[in-house]
Design a protein around this ligand. Structure first.
Ligand SMILES: [Zn+2]
Length: 121
C-alpha cells in the first residue's frame, strides 16, 4: 500500500490492507481482523500518538476561539468559556478515531512495529 492510499484508508477509518473493511468495532477499539480481506489487526497499536495530535490540533483551534469570543466579540466570560469547551469536546470526539485510524494505516504502510532484541543483531 502506498503512503497516499494509507492516508486515504486511515482518514476513512478503513482497513489499511484493502481499504474496504472497517478498522474499529466500537468507538476506538480495533477489530481483530478486517471483515473484508481478513488482514490481522492484532498488532494495531498507535500508542499515545493520536491523543497528542488531537491535543495539539484542538488547542490550536480552541485557544484562539476563546480569545476571539471573549475579547473580540465581548461575550460574557461564562459564555465564551462554555462555547469554547463545547467546541473542544466535539473536536476531540470527532478527531480521535480519525487520527488513531490514520496512524495505524501509516504504521501498516511503513511496516512499523515494536522493536525487539532480534532487531539489534
Ligand atoms: Zn481489509
Amino acid at each position: 500500500m502506498s503512503t497516499h492510499s494509507a492516508w486515504r484508508a486511515g482518514l476513512r477509518q478503513r482497513c489499511p490492507q484493502c481499504g474496504h473493511g472497517e478498522v474499529f468495532e466500537g468507538y476506538l477499539k480495533f477489530r481483530d481482523c478486517c471483515g473484508a480481506c481478513g488482514a490481522d489487526f492484532g498488532s494495531a497499536d498507535s500508542g499515545d500518538g493520536p491523543a497528542v495530535f488531537v491535543i495539539l490540533i484542538v488547542g490550536a483551534i480552541v485557544a484562539p476561539l476563546l480569545i476571539v469570543l471573549q475579547f473580540g466579540l465581548n461575550l460574557p466570560g461564562w459564555l465564551a468559556l462554555t462555547t469554547s469547551m463545547g467546541a473542544a469536546v466535539a473536536l476531540c470526539v470527532t478527531l480521535l478515531p480519525v487520527l488513531k485510524s490514520l496512524l495505524f494505516a501509516l504504521q501498516w504502510a511503513h511496516n512499523a512495529r515494536q522493536a525487539t532484541v532480534d532487531d539489534l543483531e
